[in-house]
Design a protein around this ligand. Structure first.
Ligand code: GDP
Ligand code: GDP
Length: 436
């Protein structure tokens, strides 16, 4: 399930970032643990009446030294491309300006749902100022005050009413959904084309959904796959395409809709900070992960090159120690035939359910081999383990006192479970609970 995206557009100084901050409130960071993104005030998440959503302040997009009108136009373009619902913000004190009319024209052409907000209506006497704004053609204007926070409830009610009712990505349960993420130029589009061009791959459908995502459905040896959200790879040349913020937002959306995420690296360039950030999202989302090192053809190799590269990856991506690594070339097709079978295996592992009795035998053997830790004279006691969820596999460990479950012991148990059942490619979660 992915959360809808709301974008705020409008001229400078109408109060976009003020409202953005009010809506985002405490939730100003969407991915708390990821450095660099946390301080990003351009997008965040919000919640209203149990509806969670992402929110973008298009005013924060840095478009460079273009004339004002060009900037506003480009920001509106981002909103139209990325958002499910657009908040079009104006300033009641200025009345309708030529720039407002310009934005209105673009938004009308887009067919996206638009909610018109008239800001800086700081007291009830000023309400009459909203009537001029009917001329923009978006129906009832919503009076708000960023300064006082008034009117936001009605505005958000209207926004939430426009949220898509059903996700377009509801594929059958046995279809494997995967996406490719990575920085620009690592070869994501080339890999997609190479996969689809493989013999025995039958492409059935390239569907544009209501969210502008372009999903590609295909079958190989009886297994159906969907490549999620390659829209970002197809829509080349847009002004914001290479601004990291928007590729991040798009990657997050694709990850949310996938079972398996291919983290694509460029063998020629090695690993940089941005790769780690991107991989962090996949891990945190609890998806199956495969690390794909592309452009292997372009690297000068001796018999140690692969091992060394692998070691470097393990060093940099310690949190992805469960992810298999595949060295490929989209250009020469080297090892590419291994990719789909690996995606299938990881997807199966991600959805694997193990037998409770076998699971408990494994855990009891583990305890016998490596006794539970003690703390302040108290010993951790493990009574029983049960798998409570899949995607990712999640286990509840019933214990005397969860505080006694030390991180390192948890890791030990996780590794025993991995050794016994083979959960390659998927994170697994252990949750310690007191036995009632
Ligand atoms: P943006 O450029 O559209 O993001 O606008 P800002 O949020 O930066 O706001 C521009 C200016 O308008 C700031 O000085 C805000 O304090 C002020 N402002 C924002 N909302 C209101 C409001 O509801 N009433 C009044 N009087 N001022 C506001
Ligand atoms: P994306 O931005 O991640 O989608 O990357 P592209 O698929 O557009 O590829 C970026 C560039 O890398 C293009 O010039 C490709 O021809 C090149 N490229 C992609 N895969 C390979 C590969 O396996 N080997 C080599 N040598 N070049 C590649």
């Amino acid at each position: 399930m992915t959360n809808p995206v709301v974008a705020i557009v409008g001229r400078p100084n109408v109060g976009k970032s003020t409202i953005f901050n009010r809506i985002a409130g405490e939730r100003i960071s969407i991915v708390e643990d990821v450095p660099g993104v946390t301080r990003d005030r351009i997008y965040s998440s919000g919640e209203w009446l149990n509806h969670k959503f992402h929110i973008i302040d298009t005013g924060g997009i840095d478009i460079g030294d273009e004339p004002l009108l060009v900037q506003i136009r480009q920001q509106a373009e981002v909103a139209i491309d990325e958002a499910d619902v657009i908040i079009f913000m104006t300033n009641g004190r200025d009345g309708v300006t030529a720039a407002d009319e310009e934005v209105a024209k673009m938004l009308h052409r887009s067919n996206k749902p638009v909610v018109l907000a008239v800001n800086k209506i700081d007291n009830p006497d000023m309400r009459d100022l909203i009537y001029d704004f009917y001329v923009l053609g978006f129906g009832e204007p919503y009076p708000i005050s960023g300064a006082h926070g008034t009117g936001l409830g009605d505005l958000l009610d209207a926004v939430v009413r426009h949220f898509p009712k059903r996700e377009p990505n509801d594929y059958e349960e046995d279809v494997i959904k995967f996406c490719l993420i990575g920085r620009p130029n690592v070869g994501k589009s080339s890999l997609v084309n190479a996969i689809l061009g493989e013999e025995r791959v039958i492409v059935s459908d390239i569907a544009g959904t209501t969210r502008d995502a372009v999903d590609t459905t295909f079958t190989r040896e009886g297994q159906e796959y969907v490549i999620i959200d390659t829209a970002g790879m197809r829509k080349r040349g847009k002004i914001y395409e290479n601004t990291e913020k928007y590729s991040v937002l798009r990657a997050l959306k694709a990850i949310e809709r996938s079972d398996v995420v291919l983290v694509v690296l460029n063998a020629e360039e090695g690993i940089i900070e941005q790769d780690k950030k991107i991989a962090g999202y996949a891990h945190e989302a609890g998806r199956g992960v495969i690390i794909v090192v592309n452009k292997w053809d372009a690297v000068e190799k001796d018999d140690k090159t692969l091992i060394e590269f692998e070691r470097k990856i393990r060093d940099h991506f310690q949190f992805l120690d469960y992810a298999p690594i595949l060295f490929v070339s989209a250009k020469t097709k080297q090892r590419l035939h291994k990719l789909l079978p690996l995606i299938q295996t990881v997807s199966e592992n991600h959805a694997m359910r193990v037998q409770t009795n076998v699971l408990n035998e494994v855990i009891m053997d583990a305890i016998a081999m490596n006794p539970t830790p003690t703390h302040n004279g108290q010993r951790l006691k493990i009574y029983y383990v049960t798998q409570v969820a899949v995607k990712p596999p999640t286990f509840v460990v019933f214990v005397n006192d969860p505080e006694l479950m030390h991180f390192s012991y948890e890791r030990f148990l996780e590794n025993r479970i991995r050794d016994a059942f083979g959960f390659e490619g998927t994170p697994i979660k252990l949750i310690a609970r007191p036995r009632k």
